[in-house]
Ligand binder design. Structure first.
Ligand code: FHN
Length: 445
């Protein structure tokens, strides 16, 4: 019976994930305190700067002496995410620097013990999420930890992401010691002390082997059978696939999630003013959902624990757009095609090479096109950046029979349409909003 209940819990969690579509990624840690600057110069590598600047652990740990995020307000974070239409939050419990952003009994290297702040933000966040009906996921850097002496890495080369300045003998590092001493005890306390956890979001599994991934999966499910795990647990042991800072080129049938930054960095960086425009971010959400995925959009709160001002236009735009058009996003599935171009312009999904931390390879150009989603007997045609009042939706060729009505989702008004053998011709769009992405609701009998 227990295994059936566990199976049911996992099935229910997967069904929830498939319908949620949109979450908030939070990168918050000691790197937020330094905010992209170190000894008077802008850092390389964003939240990786301890590695790029080869900062001795003792010196890096002193950042905690000044880390006092008195502006932190878990309720404000959660309400802002919920207002923007996000259904879950993934919070960095421990990033590569090894510093725990929660009260850890296994390692004094944590926000409660080492900073003047002295509070457990994860406890407050978990309570606020529960109160607002937002599910909580936990990010955990699995195969990189620059505080622990037993964490060898091999990306992109041997020791490529290791702390070789405090712990120079890479061959002496014993990963099992780290897993037993730090990872498993911290996973236990994270999955015991903070209520229901929706997702264990591992990162950079590096040299974790199949047996070790399997043991971690078993540990997680022994504590919370309904907790989903991303594929960065390693060795094919995850429940869904993560795509980072890029868009898929097609529909992916497996559950998957694209994680992206609003700016160019995951952690707060005061020099980073290059935030995506709201219409580009909504384009990305629409694209990801049309291909069967979820978008996990990142904010790096600042040293006071507040969302940077530059996040506000995007959060407001998501609120406005999803209030009008959320029916075309939540709990939908891909249609027979994910979309089509509305001009002869070749769609630019060219993805740039992936860099550590501070890079965002997603396209910023906007070309007139359509993305499709489906729910029951309804197809949503999400028109992106087209000023055309009349156009042909070719993907409906051979699929016009039984169409009952076509309406503009943003105001419910009927749209003139005509079934042709080449597709569904839309005539005389009259909009009540100027935002360059809108939805046609095509209802079948
Ligand atoms: O190195 C990290 C990076 O800082 C950030 O946490 C991203 C988020 O997916 N993961 C790693 C890069 O793949």
């Amino acid at each position: 019976m227990a295994s059936l209940t566990a199976h049911n819990a996992h099935e229910a969690a997967m069904a929830w994930f498939r319908e949620a579509k949109f979450g908030l990624f939070i990168h918050w840690g000691l790197y937020s305190q330094t905010a992209g600057e170190w000894k008077g110069h802008p850092v390389q590598g964003g939240e990786h700067f301890m590695l790029y600047e080869r900062i001795p652990l003792k010196e890096y740990a002193r950042i905690a002496d000044d880390f006092n995020p008195v502006g932190f307000d878990a309720k404000a974070w959660v309400k802002a995410a919920k207002r923007a239409g996000m259904k879950y939050i993934v919070y960095t419990t421990k990033h590569h620097d090894g510093f725990a952003m929660y009260r850890s009994a296994c390692s004094d290297y944590n926000i409660v013990k080492c900073t003047p702040f002295g509070r457990d933000p994860l406890k407050e966040l978990a309570e606020a999420c529960k109160e607002e009906g937002i599910r909580l996921g936990l990010y955990y850097s699995l195969g990189r930890d620059w505080e622990d002496p037993d964490v060898p890495t091999n990306w992109p080369v041997k020791a490529g992401r290791s702390n070789t300045w405090d712990y120079p003998d890479e061959d002496a590092k014993q990963l099992p010691r780290y897993l037993e001493r730090k990872v498993k005890p911290q996973l236990r306390e994270l999955l015991t002390n903070y209520g229901e956890i929706a997702i264990l979001w591992f990162d950079t599994f590096e040299m974790v082997n199949k047996q070790q991934s399997a043991e971690l999966r078993e540990l997680i499910h022994s504590l919370q059978p309904g907790c989903l795990i991303n594929n960065r647990i390693g060795n094919g042991m995850g429940d869904y696939v993560v795509m980072e800072q890029k868009l898929s080129t097609g529909i992916i049938k497996r559950p998957w999630e694209a994680c992206m930054t609003m700016g160019r960095n995951w952690g707060y960086n005061k020099f980073d003013t290059d935030y995506k425009k709201p219409d580009v971010m909504i384009r990305h959400l629409v694209d990801v959902v049309s291909k069967g995925g979820n978008l996990l959009l990142n904010i790096g709160p600042n040293q006071l624990g507040r969302f940077p001002e530059l996040t506000k236009p995007g959060l407001d735009a998501f609120h406005d757009w999803l209030k009008r058009n959320g029916e075309s996003i939540y709990a939908v599935s891909p249609w027979h095609v994910y979309g089509e171009a509305l001009t002869d312009a070749v769609e630019n999904v060219e993805q740039k090479a992936f860099h550590d931390a501070e890079y965002d390879g997603t396209p910023k150009e906007v070309v007139p096109d359509v993305r499709y989603t489906r729910k029951g007997n309804t197809v949503f045609a999400i028109v992106r950046h087209s000023a055309e009042k009349s156009f042909l939706l070719r993907s409906f060729a051979g699929k016009t029979e039984g169409i009952r009505e076509v309406t503009l989702l943003e105001n419910g008004k009927s749209v003139d349409w005509k079934a042709t053998e080449d597709g569904l011709r839309i005539e005389g769009i009259r909009r009540s909003h100027s935002f360059p992405i809108y939805v046609l609701k095509v209802e079948y009998l």
